[in-house]
Design a binder for this molecule. Structure first.
Ligand code: NAP
Length: 280
């Protein structure tokens, strides 16, 4: 019987995960369909419950459900629990187990693709959703010295600082205004956009997460948004002379780890990159 993997999110028009996941499944001759599964917020629990059927190997979780899905699972693994976000559900004989592979994807992009060494560095993260949590957790584990967080909804940023209060890193929440962000961005070695601002086909596709003329030319600007490749924020960073990294490597690396969790097979990562590059 053909098995299925779902991709839960809302909306889902931006996602290229179905393209590179299906390419990998086909390459490995696995009889599995990767199915886009847009879920309206009110139906999340009902739809998640359907994953318990033996047809389903599990699901990928994307915006805006990485935190909201957690109460509907049977188990959240300790790592995803510490991050506070789930992006991968595995159906283990009708029991739904939540995992987080975004941390791995984020760090692989940062250290393998951009060759950035996080130890002792100062970081500004804009955004405080599931993706921001994953990035911040990876950065803490790899020894950055200072993390400043700015988010439209300040309360969410405060919750992240509270969650990681026992970790060995200095953290602060900064106001999302130009004066404050200029001050922080000037001294940051790494600036991360973990908001959806700049994503193609969204209301903010022409916007930057914050206006600034202060990006340091010696910094790396990492935009988790992967479509378009050159987001407005990365264009701004290039104009400032900074190094840049888009969200595609993160997407592929997190997807490769999720693929192995669902199928038990090593992911053909080059096939995934080729399929994603074709569609972009
Ligand atoms: P989420 O949990 O829904 O969080 C969305 C974040 O974006 C929140 O901080 C939100 O602020 C902020 N935001 C949204 N619209 C905004 C606007 N118009 N102005 C200012 N801030 C805005 O989503 P997520 O899962 O963290 O994902 C965030 C982004 O990262 C998405 O673009 C997603 O595609 C990308 N991502 C990429 C990868 C990858 O592999 N490359 C992986 C994960 C996520 P509020 O808290 O104020 O709502």
């Amino acid at each position: 019987m053909t098995k299925k993997i779902g991709l839960f999110g809302y909306p889902l028009s931006h996602s290229i995960s179905p393209v590179f996941q299906q390419a990998a499944l086909d390459y490995c001759s696995l009889d599995v369909i990767y199915k886009v599964w847009p879920v309206e917020p009110a139906n999340l629990q009902t739809e998640v419950d359907k994953l318990r059927s033996m047809d389903y190997l599990g699901a990928g979780i994307t915006i805006p459900y990485k935190e909201k899905v957690m109460p509907f699972l049977d188990v959240v693994d300790p790592f995803a629990s510490r991050v506070g976000a789930v992006n991968t559900i595995v159906n283990n004989g009708g029991r739904l187990i939540g995992h987080n592979t975004d941390v791995y994807g984020f760090m692989q992009g940062l250290t393998e693709t951009a060759k950035f060494s996080p130890m002792g560095k100062r970081v500004l993260v804009v955004g405080a959703g599931g993706a921001a949590r994953a990035g911040i957790f990876g950065l803490i584990q790899s020894g950055v010295s200072m993390i400043s967080i700015a988010n439209r909804t300040k309360e969410r940023a405060l919750q992240i600082v509270e969650q990681f209060v026992d970790e060995e890193v200095e953290m602060e929440v900064v106001r999302s205004d130009r004066y404050e962000l200029d001050r922080v961005v000037k001294n940051a070695d790494l600036v991360v956009n973990a908001t959806s601002v700049g994503m193609r086909n969204s209301a903010s596709e022409n916007d930057v997460p914050f206006e600034t003329g202060s990006i340091s030319p010696s910094s790396l600007v990492y935009d988790m948004v992967y479509t378009p490749r050159d987001t407005p924020f990365l264009v701004l960073a290039k104009e400032a002379g900074a190094d840049t990294l888009g969200g595609l490597p993160m997407l592929i690396y997190q997807g490769s780890k999720s693929f192995s969790m669902w199928t038990g097979v090593d992911a053909p990562i080059n096939i995934m990159f080729d399929a994603a590059n074709d569609v972009l």
